[in-house]
Design a protein around this ligand. Structure first.
Ligand SMILES: N[C@@H](CCC[C@H](N)C(=O)O)C(=O)O
Length: 266
């Protein structure tokens, strides 16, 4: 039986979105891995399923390409708001508010968290910075914006071998739920950012990574809000003040709508 999906991306960070508000779309880790596979399936960084919510306009479930579930996805939230017109989105990472404009979508995320057990980190420790090092990367700030992030401020983000060191950090036993890894460079009053995503690897852009990195830069007084964040796939603007929710603004693009026979995937 054919199931409709929407292929969308936020600055090149791409998604397969199923709308299960009318009829269930059965997904499990194995099926997600097949759908996300760029050779055997449709191909995406994250797979999104929308279902009814009694707290918001809809509930967004998020799976990474490796089949693991994620609590938050900033770029997907913008795509979902653009696709459905939802003004409130429930997710495992908290309740999001959305406002879709002509060229961009704004998403308001709950205030960031910084305590070691809120990241989470396995043992009590400082989180700004965390007293840990991996090869040339050290002194990261840990920030939870619905999902867990480490932000390393570096002199040259392009020079970091993030594809090699990212998996070591993601899987370090210090992070019981694994972690997203960001390298951020302050340049010309903006943030240049590359992200190695938990469960998806290097992506063109990461909305929550941009939020976590902007928050860390504001806390370190490296930049003031709003922070412009430039990623390989494009830019986001992040507004934040200590104690407040985070507002992320940027583009959301619909690529095509298609159909897939979920039972036929092998
Ligand atoms: N691409 C996303 C983040 C997706 C989830 C992340 N990989 C995780 O496991 O937490 C974004 O735009 O925020």
């Amino acid at each position: 039986m054919a199931t409709t999906f929407h292929k969308m991306h936020g600055l090149g960070n791409d998604f397969v979105i199923f709308d299960a508000r009318e009829a269930d779309v059965p997904l499990d880790a194995a099926r997600v891995r097949l759908l996300a596979d760029r050779h055997r399936g449709i191909g995406c960084d994250q797979l999104i399923r929308l279902s009814p919510s009694d707290k918001a306009d809809l509930l967004m479930d998020i799976w990474n390409a490796d089949g693991g579930e994620a609590e938050a996805c900033g770029n997907a939230a913008r795509c979902v708001a653009a696709l459905t017109g939802a003004k409130t989105i429930d997710s495992a990472g908290g309740l999001l508010e959305a406002e879709a404009g002509d060229d961009s979508v704004s998403i308001t995320l709950p205030p960031p968290r910084f305590q070691w057990d809120e990241i989470p980190i396995a043992d009590p420790m400082d989180t700004a910075p965390v007293p840990m090092a991996w090869d040339v990367l050290e002194g990261a700030d840990a920030v939870n914006v619905g999902n867990p992030h480490l932000v390393f401020f570096v002199d040259d983000a392009d020079a970091v071998a993030l594809g090699e060191i990212g998996p070591q950090i993601e899987h370090d036993p210090a992070f019981p739920e694994r972690i997203n890894v960001n390298v951020a460079e302050v340049r010309d009053g903006r943030l240049k950012l590359r992200t190695f995503e938990r469960g998806a690897g290097l992506t063109e852009a990461c909305g929550t990574g941009a939020c976590a990195s902007a928050v860390a830069a504001i806390r370190r007084k490296l930049l003031a809000s709003p922070v412009a964040v430039d990623m390989p796939g494009g830019s986001l603007t992040i507004h934040w003040a200590p104690g407040d929710p985070i507002v992320m603004q940027g583009a959301a693009t619909h690529v095509f709508t298609g159909e897939v026979d979920l039972e036929a995937l092998r």
